[in-house]
Write a protein that binds this ligand. Structure first.
Ligand SMILES: Nc1ncnc2c1ncn2[C@@H]1O[C@H](COP(=O)(O)OP(=O)(O)OP(=O)(O)O)[C@@H](O)[C@H]1O
Ligand SMILES: [Mg+2]
Length: 216
């Protein structure tokens, strides 16, 4: 589902990525680990088509993303990539169910269908009784579960998560960890995450260790 070859990325004097190659198979959960500044978030952003590489190729679900225009990329991201970040980036003025529906509506899904799917996903993440709450009315762990539901609503080819448990206490960390495993069981979901959470990194199928812009 993800195939990256020889990715290079430089920010002025910093070579953030120095020839990174990796592959992730369908249904695999893979964690990228490594010291601060190793290039993990940069790599995730490039794989998520949020930032172009200087050179190298990225294929997501068989599509060479470098060949897509900005407009095509936006549609591609909506359909194929679900994002979960450390700070959940929920829209503050919308309720949980509206936040989860949003990518589906942007993707052109019928409103009734989007609402149904969002309600099912919120139920799955244990928030059936929080659908009408706004982000400020939810705990950090609850907000992160909404963000996971939102990432899944378009049934993406891959979920990319940057420190999905980074901001949470140990109880909520364990819960998000269980939830990610559950998501894979149910949907055969491919998940690539960056994490400093050793318990989470030990629970996945495979770890990729990065150092100084390279995969070790
Ligand atoms: N927009 C930018 N402009 C300049 N330098 C950048 C930029 N983004 C990242 N860098 C540099 O690139 C390197 C890799 O950064 P990156 O954010 O990918 O690290 P990371 O592995 O995610 O670290 P952390 O674990 O602290 O999140 C760092 O040295 C960082 O300072
Ligand atoms: Mg980072």
């Amino acid at each position: 589902m993800i195939k990256a070859s020889e990715i290079y990325k430089r920010f002025s004097t910093v070579e953030a990525l120095s020839g990174v190659s990796l592959e992730v198979a369908k249904g695999e959960i893979v964690a990228i680990v490594g010291a601060s500044g190793a290039g993990k978030s940069t790599l995730l952003q490039i794989l998520g088509t949020l930032m172009p590489a200087d050179s190298g190729s990225v294929q997501i679900a068989g599509t060479e993303v470098g060949t897509l225009s900005e407009r095509q990329l936006a549609a591609f991201r909506n359909k194929h990539i679900g994002f979960v970040f450390q700070f959940h980036h929920l829209l503050p003025e919308f309720t949980a169910v509206e936040n989860v529906m949003m990518p589906a509506l942007i993707g052109g899904m019928d409103k009734g269908e989007a609402a149904k799917r969002a309600a099912e996903l919120l139920d799955m993440v244990g928030l059936a009784n929080r659908v009408s709450h706004k982000p400020v009315e939810m705990s950090g762990g609850e907000q992160q579960r909404v963000a996971i539901a939102r990432a899944l609503v378009c049934r993406p080819s891959v979920v990319l998560a940057d420190e999905p448990t980074g901001n949470l206490d140990s109880t909520n960390r364990d819960e998000i960890q269980r939830l990610l495993m559950d998501v894979r069981e149910r949907f055969d979901q491919t998940i690539l995450m960056v994490t400093h959470d050793m318990s989470l990194a030990e629970s996945v199928d495979r770890k990729i260790v990065m150092s100084d812009g390279r995969v070790l």
